[in-house]
Design a protein around this ligand. Structure first.
Ligand SMILES: [Zn+2]
Ligand SMILES: [Zn+2]
Length: 251
């Protein structure tokens, strides 16, 4: 599988870090996780035409993780670009309400023809598809936040925290992962409730035996810190990197 980071930042505008979001390309399926505002255009910039996106996955419903849902549905109505492609939305409880509230707001401008949109609300469970699988577990951030563990047909494993504070379930999701993209909003000295730090992300990666840790969801204040050194202060010995927009991870 190949992972492309669309945004390594937050809702706070930063010249080089857009809001969260990533694309995961499997053998014949592409999924967009956390479609923040602008993520569709950035996907095109990084070589992923949105007509290739088959699934939209959501970790939670904060605006910096959902902003392009309406624009995505609006774009799909241009059948000269997209044909009659069907797209499936997958996310925690509340996804249907989010969609129906957007419909209340935008009406027919984002309404797709019958059969072109599927919505699946999930709890703590594993879903299996032809060339990929995902396990979701609850994480502490909002009432319904989840994190993901993806695997491909060759059993490569990629974990994504979404937004989360420290918890055992993130360790479970990341167990022996080939790569884990874990949020580390601000350094330890400025830790935000409901979010991790580089050191805590390293702690999770160390306990889960992750081969490669990449930290993301970085607030602008992170620019002034040596984030890899903070990861190392956890004792994590695997490969460690700081995400950047457009980063590709191939497993
Ligand atoms: Zn959030
Ligand atoms: Zn966020």
């Amino acid at each position: 599988m190949q992972i492309i980071v669309l945004g390594s930042g937050t809702s706070i505008p930063h010249p080089e870090r857009a809001s969260p979001g990533l694309v995961i390309q499997f053998d014949s399926t592409s999924i967009l996780v956390d479609p923040s505002s602008g993520s569709l255009h950035r996907a095109e910039r990084y070589g992923i035409p949105i007509k290739e996106i088959d699934y939209l996955l959501f970790t939670h419903f904060h605006p910096d993780h959902t902003g392009d849902l309406g624009p995505f549905l609006f774009a799909l109505r241009n059948t000269e670009y997209f044909g009659s492609k069907t797209v499936t939305l997958i996310g925690p409880a509340g996804l249907r309400a989010l969609h129906s509230q957007l419909l209340d707001l935008y009406g027919d401008w984002i309404r797709l023809e019958e059969g072109r949109l599927a919505i699946r609300e999930i709890g703590e469970e594993r879903l299996e598809f032809s060339d990929w699988a995902v396990t979701a577990l609850s994480v502490p951030h909002t009432e319904n936040s989840i994190g993901f563990r993806f695997s491909d047909a060759r059993d490569n494993v990629f974990a994504y925290s979404g937004d989360s504070d420290y918890c055992q379930k993130l360790i479970e999701l990341s167990r022996d992962a080939d790569a884990a993209l874990i949020e580390a909003a601000q350094p330890s000295a400025l830790k935000l409730p409901g979010h991790l730090t580089p050191k805590l992300a390293g702690e999770i990666a160390r306990q889960a035996d992750v081969k490669q840790l990449i930290i993301t969801h970085l607030y602008p204040v992170c620019d002034g810190y040596d984030l890899v050194a903070e990861i190392r202060s956890s004792g994590y010995q695997g490969r460690a990197a700081v995400a950047h927009d457009g980063m590709k991870i191939t497993l």
